[in-house]
Ligand binder design. Sequence first.
Ligand SMILES: C[S@@+](CC[C@H](N)C(=O)[O-])C[C@H]1O[C@@H](n2cnc3c(N)ncnc32)[C@H](O)[C@@H]1O
Length: 293
Amino acid sequence: MNNIFIRLPYNSIGQKEFKLFKALLAKNSGIDIPAEKAYLFETRLAKMMADVGLDSFAEFYKYIQSGADPLAVQKIINAMTTNETLWFRDAAPWKIMEDILLPKLIGALLSGRKSRIRIWCAAVSTGQEAYSTAMCIDDYLTKNAVSGVTLSDFDIVATDISTRVLDIAKKGRYDAISIQRGLSDYYRVKYFTKNGSAWHLDPSIRDTVKFSAFNLDNDFNHFGTFDIIFCRYVLIYFSQALKKEIISNIYGSLADDGILFLGNYTLYDLLEDNYKLNMYKDFSYYTKKAVIL
Ligand SMILES: C[S@@+](CC[C@H](N)C(=O)[O-])C[C@H]1O[C@@H](n2cnc3c(N)ncnc32)[C@H](O)[C@@H]1O
């Protein structure tokens, strides 16, 4: 009988090395790994350690510090980030876009009040959030036979700290499992073509989204202001202080009548007096205080 139990090549991380790796990751990504999740270093860095022929975290740390691999820190970030995502995740942002935001934003474009609409997906992972947005807009424009506005009037900027997920996102190609997660038959048929075992996104949608690597712990003033910002399912990985700082920086990047989607959890304690929580049906979104939409 075959032995179905495979011994995984995990090396355990001691307290001293845990502190070193925790600090390294926090400094370079803001990601805060609590002590009870120390095993994440063991499971997620096992392959990288094996690739360089090391089996102790102390040696591995020395190797990283030696500068032998200039991409070592980026590789650690790529391995340590949690990149879970799906199409139209939570549905809410796109329902709000269709029912409230797009009619207003299209009106603003047509009246000349806005020359472009700018949207930022601030931790986009493998692209689903940004592409869901582009498909939603394109579909809205065609379904409502909107004339005088096209998808090219929208800038969709998509960033993430992991270069691994961005490489996947840029291609706009998805395997049989990821294509199914949250995507309706309607959108799949309208915007994807099957090619072998992969699903290819229509280039008109793919090329609308501009991807780049960006760490939310850095200054983002230079991105300009946005009409819609998605910052979903990423703040949970940061310390309270960093969450607060990012939420406050986002305020500066949000147009006066802009919308912030934070995911399906609330951050009342962090939003202080600056933001207003708005409800549409059961869905939440944030605006700057004193803005009535
Ligand atoms: C769980 S995914 C969420 C993806 C998407 N926003 C969604 O809701 O489906 C979190 C993403 O945040 C990214 N991330 C983690 N730390 C980051 C940082 N400091 N700056 C930018 N992105 C970060 C990860 O690489 C990962 O792809």
